[in-house]
Design a protein around this ligand. Structure first.
Ligand code: PHE
Length: 512
């Protein structure tokens, strides 16, 4: 082991212990040039892990005065001594006549008991009465005064109380017999136990210390000041151990869904689109009727759509509703035959959680019927679906339209392909599909590895949709799924992973 592998504090501990045998950390703190105990103990535990030092732990017993012990210290004597003083004038006393002066409560009995155990008096029967006779030992104690063996121990405990109490060893040294007596008495001493550590060098540690260790300035952190002043030339620089344990820190970062949405936003903005948004709560009118979805369409079923309780209904533009209702019934003047049923304003007023973001688009077109229009939105939609590894009742759609003179089917395909290519998925294919609001209608599929995945729909709005808004040019529209795309982007197998708040996974997943 090289001495440079030890920190400054480790070397200080090593030197302080070298050739000296076990010492307490407190001794090292005082004499070893440390300022805080943690420095000593952390250096010691590092030395221990390097096999250079042993840390011994044992439990030590200490005594501090208990409540009664404190009272006797205040009085200056134990009750047996107070009683003993009554024998100053007469060496023989009738036990029944012993008075309780200075001895509250039942202390007379206790005091007499201890006088007997100490051998200060002997009790005899005389004519049916108990009498106490002062002994030689009792006379000696009276001369010596109140500092009996037990009293001196209580005082020792009181004197050392601020330091944690009198150590058992000190107490035994003072008077082992009195200590064992004292401990049988209640309320005089409190017994405390404490872990005590001692440090000593192992043979390896002694050898290293003997081989010569320097304690000079040690640089643990290079600062501009140290570099400029040139101090680094003479100082020792602490080797940096990259294998040392250190707690992990995690900076804040975006969620993978947020990251993906930002990327999508960037792509459409760069392609010249403007972002739009809308509310989660919509009327059926805007979410369905305005898109020429017939009122008996299965998607309107309460099994597929979340209907609101409050508000249960919403206002709709009455005049527009009449026009759109007629188109549903017979095509109005669009040239279409309509759906051929009686359109009803009531279901159109019902409030729902939007089922697709196409509702944002149609509302936008109502306000912006003039070309060119290039808008997109990324937003949450709600469908009454059972949750499993591929489905959630809340998910996001990437929606958009292009409306301009001469907008064509080829342009629609071109925009969608371009978007996916910029997301990193260049292979896209289209299959014929059906939506009530588009003709032609397309299903968009993207290739991930060796699999094609259906990611959304697209098409050109039918005249039944555009006519009520006086839109004169083709509207190319698409609505694409976000979550499945993000799953592929991040290699996730279960869609729920995106909403679990799995911090560990989020932390270790690098953002794209
Ligand atoms: N709104 C359709 C859906 O939710 C997608 C779509 C949008 C289809 C626009 C055609 C045009 O699946």
């Amino acid at each position: 082991m090289e001495d440079t592998e030890l920190s400054l504090n480790e070397r200080k501990v090593l030197l302080a212990l070298a050739g000296k045998g076990p010492r307490s950390p407190e001794e090292l703190l005082e004499g070893g040039g440390f300022t805080e105990m943690v420095e000593v103990m952390s250096a010691a535990s590092w030395l221990k892990s390097k096999g250079l030092l042993d840390i011994h732990e044992k439990i030590d017993t200490y005594y501090i005065p208990d409540t009664e012990g404190k009272q006797y210290i205040a009085r200056g004597e134990l009750p047996e001594f107070t009683l003993l003083k009554q024998f100053k004038d007469a060496e023989k006393k009738d036990v029944a006549q012993l008075n309780s002066t200075g001895l509250p409560g039942g202390e007379v009995q206790i005091a007499l008991g201890w006088m007997k155990r100490n051998g200060w008096v002997s009790i005899h029967k005389e004519g049916g009465k108990s009498v106490a006779l002062l002994t030689e030992a009792g006379r000696k104690q009276l001369e010596e005064g109140p500092l009996t063996g037990q009293m001196r121990l209580i005082k020792l405990a009181a004197d050392m109380e601020t330091g944690g109490g009198a150590p058992e060893a000190d107490a035994k040294k003072l008077d082992a017999h009195a200590l064992s007596m004292l401990l049988t008495r209640k309320g005089l001493l409190k017994v405390r136990e404490r872990y005590v550590r001692t440090l000593s060098l192992t043979q390896k540690g002694e050898r290293l210390a003997a081989s010569g260790i320097k304690v000079g300035e040690e640089i643990t952190q290079l600062t501009p000041d140290i570099l400029q002043s040139g101090r680094w030339k003479d100082a020792e620089i602490r080797p940096y151990d990259i294998h040392t344990f250190a707690p992990a820190t995690h900076g804040g970062k975006a969620h993978v869904l947020r990251e993906s949405i930002s990327r999508i936003r960037d792509i459409f903005l760069h392609m010249g689109f403007t972002e739009i948004s809308g509310d989660y709560i919509e009327s059926c009118f805007w979410n369905m009727d305005a898109l020429f979805i017939p009122q008996d369409h299965p998607a309107r079923d309460a099994q597929d759509t979340f209907y609101m309780k409050t508000p249960a209904t919403m206002d709709i533009p009455e005049e527009l509703a009449v026009t759109i209702g007629k188109i549903h019934e017979n095509g109005g003047d669009t040239g279409s035959e309509g759906w051929k049923y009686r359109w009803d304003g009531k279901p159109a007023r019902r409030a729902i959680l939007r089922t697709h973001t196409t509702v944002n688009t149609i509302r936008y077109l109502r306000d912006h019927p003039d070309p060119p229009v290039k808008v997109f939105s990324v937003g949450k939609v709600f469908r009454r679906e059972a949750t499993d590894n591929k489905h959630l009742a809340e998910f996001h759609q990437i929606e958009g339209i292009v409306m301009e003179e001469g907008a064509s089917f080829r342009m629609l395909i071109g925009v969608i392909k371009e978007f996916y290519a910029r997301m990193g998925f260049p292979e896209v294919r289209f299959r014929p599909s059906y939506f009530p609001y588009t003709e032609p209608s397309l299903e968009v599929e993207v290739r991930f590895g060796d699999r094609w995945m259906e990611l959304g729909g697209a098409g050109i709005f039918r005249p039944e949709v555009t006519a009520p808004f006086n839109i004169k040019h083709p509207v190319l529209a698409w609505g694409l799924g976000l979550e499945r795309l993000v799953m592929k982007r991040y290699g996730i197998a279960d869609i729920r992973q995106l909403y679990m708040g799995d911090l560990e996974w989020l932390r270790k997943t690098p953002l794209q």
